[in-house]
Design a protein around this ligand. Sequence first.
Ligand code: GCW
Length: 701
Amino acid sequence: MTRHFFLFLLLLSTAALADDGSRLWLNYDLIKDAKQRESYAPFTKFIAVASDNQTLKIATEELQTGLLGLLGKKIVTVKTATTSGGIILNVNKNAPSSANISNEGYEIYTEKGNIIISSKSETGVLYGAFELLRAIQTGKSLAKLSITSSPKVKIRMLNHWDNANGTVERGYAGSSMWKWNELPHRVDPRYVLYARANASIGINATSINNVNASSRFLTAEYLEKIKAVADVLRPYGIKVFISVNFRSPRTLGGLKTSDPLDPEVRKWWNDKTKEIHQYIPDFGGYLVKANSEGEPGPQDYGRTHADGANMLAEAMRPFSGIVIWRAFVYNADPNGDRFKEGYAQFKPLDGTFDPKVIVQVKNGPIDFMPREPFHPMFGAFPKTTLGMEFQITQEYLGQSTHLTYLAPMFKECLDTDTYAKGQGSTVAKVIDGSLYNAQYSLMAGVANTGSDVNWCGHPFNQSNWYAFGRLAWDHTLSSEQIASEWIRMTLTQAKPTEQKISDMMLKSHPIYVSYTYPLGTSHMMGESHHYGPEPWLAKSARPDWTSVYYHRADSVGLGFDRTGKLSNALQLYSPEVQQKWGNPEQCPLDYLLWFHHVPWSKKLSTGRSLWDELCERYYDGVVQVGNLQKTWESLKADVDPEIFENVKGRLKIQEKEALWWRDACVLYFGEYSKMPIPKPLTPPQRTLNEIKKLVEIYHLR
Ligand code: GCW
């Protein structure tokens, strides 16, 4: 077959096949611009790799697959480079340790006409290989490559909330990707693509089961299954963690108690931890949700979170693994403020955790709301390693029917200054360990993967998995850059199209917030399924699972007073932060109702009253969804037809649901403000009762 004919066939095949999204950002479609392809030819004559290490083999094969797709060119491999014009994979274990390059870091540079990818570890070379592919996928020149990159955070982790029965808690992309009923005998080939996708963005850890954990995952039967997964992920540099149920010594071990100070319980965990290591020698460790939302924990026995976490850390002492203990805890107190709970329970324990324990804190104090102030624990725990927990799966952010790009939201939190050690003490610096010189550092994201053919449901939800990984590697990357990379790797390299899509993505989070939770409102979603609006929800199993607990609407105004007048949650922050958010006249409008109960007629910095501004934002959000639709429609000829139709359909649903949120909220709050929808906005075309019925349907049996 001549080269041109081969290229022709390749072009034909890629043109004919619609993109089902299954390849994620590793689609490696042929670069359309022949000149650009040619520009890469001088550097892609061969791949030189001296050892037959499995990770290096994977790096080599990835480069071969990627370059075959992108350039239409089969690349040979050699043991050592004898000429110029190739890619050399180089592991230099004895390289002097430099402050800039960690074990997982890499350098990519050109030398004597070759591209060198060099690292102290095989995994670092694999990351470098993906970086090189990304350079080509995003259309960069290879002529003067000079990249030095090291991860800022050590443990970059996905948390799967996947259950043994194949369901996924808060999963919106089908059922679980883990086929527990098939493992260990059949190992689904999708695990390999999962590993490749994660390695391509530097994710190096995964907890495979729900934090509302079944003890089943610690049985020999399941350990064999988990081992099979760990064996697939290992050469991609990914360690496996298990979420554990604190009551396991009783349920599995038949002990009378799971009290962490009981010697038999401690022995049980020591033995279990040893047993796990027989299956998975490089086991990552335990992830624990304890004494939260009904899960068992050390407090059941009058012990503290530290007692529980330290017991597990002791079991882990002979091994490299760690214990990740979640700080997501809150008691049901109708007169309390959930905002303060995690802080209150953990603050007295600062300094008492074993060095192997990381306390994993959600980005905000409530629960992954579309916009939350940063969790007050960040910056307030100098003697405890705190890890970040973001939610990639969009429980409160449009699930799989709203286009919401989350990098700006993640960054808003990471870039906020805690002022813990003076100006510049950002949340990111707490998390990457630099503020307090922590031995470990962790950024976790609750995964959005599932059995859907495109993994994530909404095609754009893939970008949130991608963005999470990129930010865990380097939180200084901009949302714009990450969006641009993802679009170029996934949808198109054509600049004007890329710009339009990037614009849609960058606007999407503010738009979503506008029609759901403007001005710092929170937690008004449908009960338990968390789908759609239900601001009128006043009764639930717990007061802090209602909506009225959070928005506090009354005849005077709206918002939760967290100043000294009521809950005083603001006091948990440093004085500079208190100053920024504590004064309703100066508090940024995006955070206003998080901290203040503001009268309906109060004039805001926009010149409008609170009520008018609220309506304005709800209405504007809906208009903006219309604009997203128009932009997308204009791109019909420029993106893959299957993806185009898929997104188009979902935008239509988003429009309908945005209107649902708008009408529900303005009609409901209007009953308190007693004020009309301000002109020239048109009042909703339906009544509050009609809207309430929409939600009731979801509770019918
Ligand atoms: O956001 C809430 C979810 C629960 C989840 C919990 C948690 C795993 O609604 O489904 O449980 O947070 O983070 O533990």
